[in-house]
Design a protein around this ligand. Structure first.
Ligand SMILES: [Zn+2]
Length: 441
């Protein structure tokens, strides 16, 4: 189910772009247009800036952006292998040159023999898991979109807005259960006073071994206070604003073409590493406010909230996510940290996707038509969230599917908390092989 597409740049001769992009970015679509990223074309930052040049004001700022982009390309510090083996990634983890990783090898009666993979953090299958702290660096991205009638709409996660209740997206995230510890009851089991994703990981492996309930994967968060990346504005070819920005009521969100956004982020990763802002030993979390992505150019309604991926050697894991204050996503049951919890949960369980993802027996979300075979714990169960209060505000992180849901045969019990197959009981049985997919119970 790989889908290949071509980015808009390079197909549009109108802009005076000397460095046209001749490479077709190729990505595998995994459920709901959420994409693991492969390294793609090299010259899109320059192409983006040049396109912007052809469209708008602020030539001086543009020149700076183009120069930065070009220097980022020239100084690219990260070699991008087509893939990395599990052994290489584990060796890097052991040497402390990438994030802490543990490996697994399982056969729980669904056919095709052993499945091997790596997860972030301690090992739930062997002895008493070593407590692990994993660094996360939040890099705010201010997204600017030029509308067809030449207005510039700015989505800035560092600025308080009325839609966010007078609080910035960055500050909301800082006080959320992804960062702040609290006692979590998962499927009736008290898994302890921890962060939300740590609670999920514990619950997921609660009965995997004699000591697996002591799994402790704590995320240590650092917030870059100001956006270090001067992204060029998205022109109508690659960015649109949905809704009405002129009236109050939080009815606006941005949709940008994913290959363009990802190209810009990938071009900046080596520079941010060089500056010491990020490193392969830390998850780089690029945070937007109310901006989602589309695989199309111009963007259309097929949207993904965010995605996570890996690049380089040693492996740098990264993700881009929106904090949601708008009403569009709330109507669809996705609010505040829904997408962020989705991507971080998936990163914990499949950190190397984009290079060497964890394979599973084929599954599909209930009601979905396409089969998938990657260990992405958010994708099968996107429509459910749980209400969790921290620091006086109620957040809505997503329910996530357990390891046992993907790998267990029909009658193999879950080792998850409460014997369930997801973190709030909506999956009471494992995934049914796809097709037809769905869940047994
Ligand atoms: Zn996902």
């Amino acid at each position: 189910m790989a889908q290949h597409f071509r980015a808009a740049f390079g197909q549009e001769p109108a802009a005076p772009v000397s460095n046209k992009c001749h490479h077709a970015p190729q990505m595998e679509v995994v459920m709901n247009a959420e994409l693991p990223q492969e390294r793609v074309a090299d010259d899109r930052s320059v192409a983006t800036a040049a396109k912007w040049n052809a469209n708008g004001p602020c030539m001086v700022k543009l020149a700076v952006i183009a120069a930065f982009a070009a220097s980022g390309l020239a100084n690219r510090a990260v070699a991008a292998p087509a893939t990395v083996t599990l052994e290489e990634a584990l060796a890097q983890s052991a040497a402390g040159t990438t994030i802490p990783l543990s490996s697994y090898s399982v056969d729980f009666g669904k056919g095709n023999g052993l499945y091997k993979g790596v997860i972030v953090g301690g090992n739930p299958f062997s002895g008493i898991p070593t407590p692990v702290t994993i660094d996360v660096v939040v890099i705010p991205l201010t997204i600017q979109i030029i509308t067809p009638d030449n207005h510039l709409v700015v989505f800035d996660p560092t600025i308080p807005t009325a839609c966010g209740g007078g609080v910035s997206a960055v500050d909301r995230l800082k006080h959320s259960p992804l960062v702040v510890s609290k006692d979590h009851i998962v499927n009736g089991v008290d898994v302890g006073d921890v962060q939300y994703i740590n609670a999920f990981m514990r619950a997921e492996f609660w009965n995997a071994s004699e000591f697996s309930k002591f799994l402790d994967d704590h995320l240590h968060w650092t917030f870059v206070e100001q956006a270090p990346i001067p992204l060029p504005p998205f022109t109508p070819e690659v960015g649109i604003v949905e809704g009405d920005v002129s009236t109050p009521g939080c009815w606006a969100r941005g949709i940008v073409t994913q290959s363009v956004l990802v190209g810009l982020i990938q071009d900046w990763i080596p520079l941010l590493q060089y500056q010491g802002v990020i490193s392969p030993t830390k998850l780089a979390l690029f945070l937007m406010r109310d901006v989602v992505t589309s695989v199309h150019a111009p963007p259309v309604s097929e949207k993904a909230g965010g995605a996570h991926s890996a690049i380089g050697n040693p492996v740098q894991t990264y993700a881009w996510v929106p904090y949601l204050t708008n009403n569009f996503d709330a109507l669809a049951g996705k609010q505040d940290i829904h997408s962020i919890s989705h991507e971080i949960g998936e990163w914990m369980m499949d950190p190397l996707i984009g290079l060497k993802g964890n394979k599973t027996p084929k599954w599909s979300a209930p009601g979905a038509k396409k089969c998938s075979s990657v260990l992405e714990v958010g994708d099968p169960i996107e429509k459910w969230s749980v209400a969790v209060e921290t620091d006086g505000y109620t957040y809505h992180p997503q329910e996530l599917a357990f390891f046992s849901w993907f790998y267990n045969g029909e009658n193999v019990p879950s080792f998850g908390a409460g014997g369930e197959f997801s973190s709030n009981g909506h999956f009471a049985g494992p995934a049914r092989p796809c097709p037809p997919g769905g869940t047994y119970r």
